[in-house]
Every structure is written in structure tokens, then in C-alpha cells.
Design a binder for this molecule. Sequence first.
Ligand code: GDP
Ligand code: MG
Length: 441
Amino acid sequence: NLTDKFDAVFKKLSGKGRLTESHVDEAMREVRLVLLEADVNFKVVKDFVAAVRERAVGTDVLKSLTPAQQVIKIVRDELGRLMGEGDNAALDLAAQPPVPIMLCGLQGAGKTTTCGKLALQLRRDKRDPLLVPADIYRPAAIEQLKTLGRQLGVAVFDTQPGDDPVSICEQAREFARLNGHDTLILDTAGRLHIDSELMDELGRINDALQPREILFVADAMTGQDAVNVVKSFDEKLDITGVVLTKLDGDARGGAALSVRAVTGKPIKFVGMGEKMDALEVFHPDRMAQRILGMGDVLSLIEKAEAAIDKDDAARMEKKMRKEGFTLETFRDQLQMVKKMGSMESLMKMIPGAGKAMKKAGGMQLPDKELKRIEAIIGSMTPAERNNHKMINGSRRLRIAKGSGTRIQDVNQLLKRFTEAQKMMKKMQKMGPKGLKGLMGG
Ligand code: GDP
Ligand code: MG
């Protein structure tokens, strides 16, 4: 994986006291290999390495950084620039509603899935989208989008299989006008390879609807191929941006690093999983941090804000204040965290957490563990949850049986919980001032 490989290169540097030109050269040779192996475009790699080298050799080392840190900082900055730092990733929907957004790309790239994910995000932004199935060639495609719409509670235009794609889009626009939908999300057909028939059809939809955004959906797993396909679609359609899907499964990262440099078009979103909430706004600088294993706390906070309902949070805070930190409030917190996505994906966003977990003997399957904890707490009575001290031996046995776990698991949870509770009490006693002292501030 890219992060580990960069880590290995930088580790070698960190042993050096002063950074000479030959150290930098050696590191850049390795960075070059890492990027080529990641399937980054050859020319992009060449320019990238040259840019980093020039800055690394030319600048004085900042006093606050070690030479290795200095190089890492330059690599991070340049990675961010490569992926389009400074681009405006936001969708431009400032137009007379209904504003059409067209998604296009090859078959299986993730268009239909991304349509659903986008609809969910737009709804969170208080928009009222209409999903439009315009892929009439795959029999299941219309049904797939209708199912997603039902699941999300988003309206889907009732496409009839025999209709022409251009006329479907026009009818959908009319329907949206009449029913007050402010955004159209057009799910178009794909092919296995680029062909002129498909391009013509997309061109006709483009002419008829004049989409405000034309997003090309590319499968990141296909690496440089994805980049080449973006290029040819862009020549025909003048796309406004790229959605890179399946980044959760791509260990190489080549597409993310090459797309912007090769096509000049910004990556606007990345797909990080099959679930409907697994679409992230793309931030080049944050992605650079993530690639280098530095975490991405900002995205984590945004995820929390999107997933956690403000009223829920306020209710929970009140409950905490009234009842204190009990097994019951602990479970509430766990459930909130779970809403934000899988524990594994969250850990990756915390600086250093991925590395720390590896050191601790690999992933402890936190998601499984979360489920177990929930099952155990779920098997307790309300009284037990509010006063864990009453949970004696026979109660522990009952809880283990009821949750399908072992008594050791129940014991371990209670032990951990008691420790956490002690910690919370200490912190409350100290107050904000004491806390600062503890953190050395
Ligand atoms: P389309 O042919 O372009 O419409 O592609 P689909 O939306 O039908 O997606 C094809 C497959 O890719 C489905 O199994 C999706 O669940 C999967 N998929 C789409 N986006 C992602 C993603 O970001 N991550 C992962 N892991 N799978 C994805
Ligand atoms: Mg589809």
C-alpha cells in the first residue's frame, strides 16, 4: 500500500542528521518507483519528482523540522498540488431549477450507485433531487435506480423501458418543473469500451439538457486506463469533473494521482464503499495527508457532523449530565459513532492510528468488537445498565448467555467500562484548567 511504501522511504531519511543532495536524490529515486508502481502516469511522475527535488535541495531546512520531516512536508505539498489543490470541488448548481447533473462513464464504473449517493448528499443540503434512469439498455438498470430511490426516500422518474434516452431526460425535466424538484440527476448508459454510438447518445442528451455539471465516473481500480478514458470522454463532452469510485479497494492510488494532471479536470468526489453514505467530497490536501499516513481529521469531523443529528447530540448531552457516564450512555455513544461508518475507515482518518494499530498486532476487527459490546449491553436490564455495580457473577453468566458471548467478554467489557468511568470522573473534577495542565499546555 502506498502509505506504507512512502513510510519506508522516509524512515531511511530520518536517520540522517543533515540532508545532502545525494540523500535527496536517493529518496527521490525511491519515491519515483513508489509512484510508478502505484500506476501513476509516467510523465506525471517525472514532473512530480523534479518539483520535489528542486524544492528539497534548494530550500533551507526549517529549524522546527528535521530534514526528513522537511522532505515529507514538500512531498505532501506537491501531492496536494498534483491532485488539484486550489480547485473548487463544490458542485455548481447556481442555475434556474431544475438543474441537471449528468453522470457518465463505462459500464460498472459506479454511475448508478453514485447517483444514489449524490441524491443523499443533495438532500442533506436541503435540495429536492429527482433521479432519472436514462440507461435503457441494461434491463435491470432502471429497477436498480428505483430501488435506490425507494431506499433513500428520493423521487425517481418513472422511465419506461422502450423510450429514447433523450426524450426520457426531457420528460423528466418537465416532471421536475411540475413537481418542484430542483435538481435532476441523470443516470446514463455505459459500455464496456468507448464506442461512438454511446458517445453520440451522450452528446444528444448534453445538447438537449445542457447539464450544469457533467461528472465522469471512473473506477479507480483500473488505474491509468481510467485516466485515458476520462480524457476521451472529456474531448467529446467537456466534462466538469470526475468522481473516482472504489477508492476503498484501490491499494495503488494511481488514478487519484494522475487524473487532474493528465486531464486538467478536478476530482470532485471519491467513492469509498458500496453504501449510500460512502461518497466524500474530494480535498486534494487532505487526500495527500491520508496517502502519507497523516490522517484526515477535518474529514472525520465533517463525517460526524453529517451523520449525527444535532437534536440527538443535544439529547445525549443532557442525558449524560443527568445520569452520568453509565453503560446506557456509553451504548448511545457507540451507536452514534457507528452511524459515521465502519470503525476501520474512521481509524484511517486519525493521524498515526493506522500505524499504531498495526504495531499492536494488527487490526482487532473493531467492527466485530463493537457489535459484541452492543450485544452484551443489550442483554442487560435497564437497572443493570444504570448501575453496573449490581452485575454480580450470576448476572454476568446470564448476560453472556443472552448475548451469545463468553463470560470473559462480559468481564472484560465491565473492566474497561469501569476504567473509562474513573477517567471521566477524574477529568470532570479537574475541570478545563486541570485538563490543560494534564496535556502540558
Ligand atoms: P454503473 O454500471 O456505472 O452504473 O455501476 P454501478 O453503480 O451499478 O456499480 C457497479 C458495482 O460497483 C456495484 O456492485 C457497486 O456496488 C460497486 N461500487 C460502486 N461504487 C463503489 C465504491 O465507491 N466502492 C466500492 N467498493 N464499490 C462500489
Ligand atoms: Mg448503471
